[in-house]
Structures are given as structure tokens and as C-alpha cells.
Design a protein around this ligand. Structure first.
Ligand code: SF4
Length: 116
């Protein structure tokens, strides 16, 4: 059995965890949240995807966006590919849905900046 190395990204400490993939026993954590993070990272790693999309008109040429919820890491390439073709127009508010169900992920892409 070989241990799996995982860097915890829950806080700025960035603990270097070592995880037993069979028992999920964890070492290297400096708080109780580390083991649960490590288990999730091995079983179903998820991330909040951030990007920018093209703006048609208005003051800014790009709009920062993100997934409404963390998504399975496997979906990130499809989401990024789909975002390349997205063009939005003002007005938009923070939290407005820019793309619904991006790449069939079941997750919406939302604006993270107001666009006038
Ligand atoms: S294990 Fe705890 S202290 Fe270490 S990075 Fe994760 S949340 Fe922060």
C-alpha cells in the first residue's frame, strides 16, 4: 500500500497531507478539517471553476464568471471549452446566470462582477 499525497486547500496553511487510500487515515493535518477534505479529494474531487467570458459592448471587454457550485474535476475541460464561445451583453449583476447547465454539468455559470 502506498500513501497518497494531498495538499489541503481549505485554508492558507496548505497542509501537505498523506492519506492511506484504503482506510483514509490521514497525517500532516494541522486541524480536524484536513482528513475530511482528503477523503473527499480521493473519492470525488471538486472545484469551483473561475474564468472570464467575452463582453459585447459596455466598458469592459471581459466579464469574470464562476460556477455556481463546485463541480467534479473531470468536467473542467468541457466547461472551459464551452466558455470560450460565450458572449454576454450588459447589463448584468453579480450572481446573474450567464450560462445555464454549462456543458451538461447541471451547474450554472454566474457573473462575479456587475456589468453596466
Ligand atoms: S488541514 Fe486544516 S489547517 Fe491544514 S490546510 Fe487544511 S484546513 Fe488548513
Amino acid at each position: 500500500m502506498s500513501w497518497v499525497k494531498v495538499i489541503c486547500i481549505l485554508c492558507p496553511r496548505g497542509c501537505h497531507l498523506r492519506v492511506n487510500p484504503e482506510t483514509y487515515f490521514v497525517t500532516g493535518n494541522q486541524c480536524p478539517d484536513g482528513p475530511e477534505y482528503a477523503k473527499k479529494e480521493l473519492q470525488r474531487p471538486v472545484r469551483t471553476v473561475t474564468a472570464t467570458v467575452t463582453v459585447n459592448g459596455g466598458r469592459f471587454s471581459r466579464l469574470p464568471v464562476k460556477t455556481e457550485y463546485p463541480v467534479n474535476k473531470d468536467l473542467i475541460p468541457d466547461i472551459m471549452a464551452a466558455l470560450k464561445n460565450v458572449v454576454v451583453s450588459p447589463p448584468l449583476n453579480v450572481g446573474d446566470v450567464v450560462v445555464a447547465d454549462i456543458a451538461g454539468s447541471g451547474v450554472n455559470i454566474v457573473a462575479t462582477r456587475k456589468l453596466k
